[in-house]
Design a protein around this ligand. Structure first.
Ligand SMILES: NC(=O)c1ccc[n+]([C@@H]2O[C@H](COP(=O)([O-])OP(=O)(O)OC[C@H]3O[C@@H](n4cnc5c(N)ncnc54)[C@H](OP(=O)(O)O)[C@@H]3O)[C@@H](O)[C@H]2O)c1
Length: 335
């Protein structure tokens, strides 16, 4: 077994995109384990926009303290165990941190680790994407909050990303007209030609607002909102009476200040029901999501895509890729 554990330590709170040195790669000894602990080798790291928030402010989880390993979700394999539940060779999912080895501790009552279900035809990375947190986010946002009805119009922002691409397809499965908003021709082509969205709006083109209006002639019944700011403002102006906004994320505001709150006046005036949510509230229903998403995937109703970056040392650049839009589908670092 390797003697060193490469870890990315949070040294400074980023301003805007991550700058060199905000995360510092350090080498530490591989931890030794005590009774009730297991040592796991991290295989894949999930790269999520919320990591940028965790670096800066207290949110639904406390801000990551400076000097600590950066928080991240990942998939790891147990390589040594003195833990009753997690035996050697088992694959686990949980908050591994941006590092090569992590310790699973029975005394950790939050129980952030769970076993990867033994489903043979799926790749490990599917449990970080379509059958993992981002898939579950799309599933619960659509099924519990949006409650899509046949013939309704759904608009999804960050539509070629991990969450948006699944949310839009769930809308199609339920008979909605689905319009995705994404940056660039390649993403727009993927969501329409491969995923079956009815229309794609490239928000980097100057006429995107007119295109959005033309693509939603009957207005918008569901806004699956991942971006906020100007994009949200434009979609909200087109909402129909009694529409639903799934306020899933506001990525446009994660690297800068953005008031953009005037949309809420429209929400009030049109009696729209808005519900923010955090996927962690659904932890005890994750198997339900994975089972349904897995069935849709197996029967060819759901497609997923991954952007895989090689090497833990590339994790800081990978985090920035979420904000420059260089990922399609789920962004993962292969350690
Ligand atoms: N509520 C929850 O529990 C929960 C859970 C998971 C994720 N989320 C939220 O869901 C959203 C998507 O997360 P994800 O993990 O699936 O990431 P992702 O969509 O795979 O990646 C982020 C994408 O956002 C787009 N983007 C970045 N900055 C933008 C900007 N200023 N304007 C417009 N688009 C921008 C980029 O695509 P383009 O090239 O199209 O710009 C980028 O590829 C995020 O807001 C995240 O915080 C919420």
């Amino acid at each position: 077994m390797a003697q060193t554990n490469r870890r990315l330590i949070l040294r400074a709170r980023p301003k805007g995109l991550l700058a060199p040195g905000d995360l510092q790669l350090v080498e530490s000894p591989v931890p030794t384990i005590a009774d009730g602990q297991a040592l796991a080798k991290v295989k894949y790291l999930s790269i999520d926009p919320t990591m940028r928030v965790w670096m800066s402010v207290d949110s639904y989880l406390p801000v990551v303290p400076l000097g600590e390993v950066m928080r991240a979700a990942g998939l790891a394999e147990v390589v040594e165990s003195r833990h009753k539940k997690f035996k050697k060779g088992k694959k686990v999912l949980g908050l591994t941190g941006l590092q090569e080895y992590c310790v699973i501790d029975a005394a950790d009552k939050r129980g952030s680790f769970r076993k990867v279900p033994p489903i043979p035809f799926l790749s490990d990375t599917a449990f970080l994407g379509v059958l993992g947190v981002t898939g579950a986010t799309a599933y619960f946002g659509m099924m519990d909050i949006a409650k899509p009805q046949k013939g309704e119009t759904l608009v999804v922002s960050a539509a070629a990303g991990a969450t948006g691409s699944i949310a839009g397809q769930i809308g199609k499965i339920h008979g909605c007209r689905v319009v995705g908003i994404a940056g660039g021709a390649e993403k727009c082509k993927w969501i329409t030609e491969e995923l079956g969205f009815d229309a794609a709006i490239d928000y980097k083109q100057p006429d995107w607002k007119e295109k959005l209006a033309a693509a939603t002639p009957k207005g918008v019944d569901i806004d699956y909102e991942n971006v906020g700011g100007e994009i949200m403002h434009e979609v909200v102006q087109r909402m129909n009476l009694h529409g639903r906004i799934v306020l899933c994320g506001l990525i446009s505001g994660y690297t800068k200040e953005d008031p953009a709150l005037e949309s809420f006046a429209t929400i009030l005036r049109k009696r729209l029901r808005v519900q923010g949510f955090i996927v962690l509230d659904y932890l005890d229903r994750f198997m339900e999501a994975a089972t349904q998403l897995g069935k849709w995937k197996m029967f060819g109703k759901l497609k997923d895509r991954e952007t895989i970056v090689e090497g833990i040392e590339k994790a800081p650049e990978a985090i920035n890729m979420l904000f420059t839009g260089e990922n399609i589908g789920k962004l993962i670092v292969k350690v």
